[in-house]
Design a protein around this ligand. Sequence first.
Ligand code: HSE
Length: 450
Amino acid sequence: MEHAGKTIKIALLGCGTVGTQVARLLDEQSELLAARAGARLELIGIAVNNLAAQRDPAIDRSLLTDDPSSLISRADVVIELIGGIEPTRTFVCEALNAGASVVTGNKALLATHGPELYELAAQNDVDLYYEAAVAGAVPVVYGLRESLAGDQVNTVMGIMNGTTNFILDSMKTQGMDFDSALKLAQDLGFAEADPSADVDGYDAGAKIAILASLAFHTRVSLGDVHVEGIRSVSADDIASADAAGYVIKLIARAHRHSAESGEAGIEISVSPTLVAKNHPLASVHGSFNAVLIEAQSADQLMFYGRGAGGAPTASAVLSDVVAAAAKRVIGGHAPREVLYGNLPVLSAAESSSRYYMKLEVTDAVGVLAALTQRFAAAGISISSVIQNRSHTGLSQVKGSTPGEMESVQNAHITIITHLARQAAIDAVIEELKNSTDVIDVVSILKVEEN
Ligand code: HSE
């Protein structure tokens, strides 16, 4: 196949699950990749920490080196698959300063040091590609950066972490509690031994920060994202959501508020959310990812696929490698960071959502009326109320010392609101917690309707 005898030198930093697949595919698909890039893609070295470690047979051990700086200095394109912030950031800066284009899958690095890296790439007249940083094989970075360049994006939301989707899905379909579902995810190799970046929502937070920056032409970092993980989601929450017509998903969401609907700005969060069963994101199961984009002219677009794993993520890395190599052959650049939007990021209190809350209350005359009156006084419109049959529970004996309980008839009341500001919801919840009729605020979750 044609590639006019040109060669692009590729350096690979890191040889874990994804790096191994990238090296394998660069070799196995070399003819196809060369024809598409217009140049032979020569893997000139793989920088690793441990030269003696066991490797997949697909890895040519003669390419291994423990001197990343020397490797970087000889490359046209550097693929960074080490992860973490340091020393990775230093290597990426070295590569950009040495005139190499960089392809990275490092969401944490981009969501914390992205601006510095974009500026360095522009200063050095090279490109920074990061399709693999968000949702693995799913081409959503390209979708936002290039395919939707002629449109106005209003909302980006989705399931951007496969581990938590697998855990929530297992809790729903197999009736597991969180700890057992997490253990299953670890046993099957989805979840890391230290699963906190996934289950506490920071992995999804970094991804939505990257997508929001592209969608709204505004710098958004991980620190701007209001992040809530899934550790507090109980089997009871999942069963209650199911009965009310919802599934619980960890939703990463960024939305542009126009000035007409209050203060102009971006609201951005990661939170366990009740998703209506007829919503497109409700049918994303197991470790799959999906990103739903709402744009002014295109309307709804859904990107769905494998968000993790060696070969799927390598597919995204190689698409960037081909693009970076082709630009070096024929000239031109990847789209640069565009920042005209300059929108403020709204605080969590200023954001709006529908809310679901489950309350345990005393089952007595006037309790429901008093409860709904509090919502009305706060300007929150109620969409639905379900009261379960009463059950025998415990309540603080009125006028007694704390801890003295009596047996009473209690009921669970589930309320779903229309769109409400979080500040108003927080104020009502505070009042409810102090009300003698409310025994417990069992759970509060955001709601997404179709
Ligand atoms: N750990 C992530 C997930 C994949 O479970 O989706 C890499 O971001």
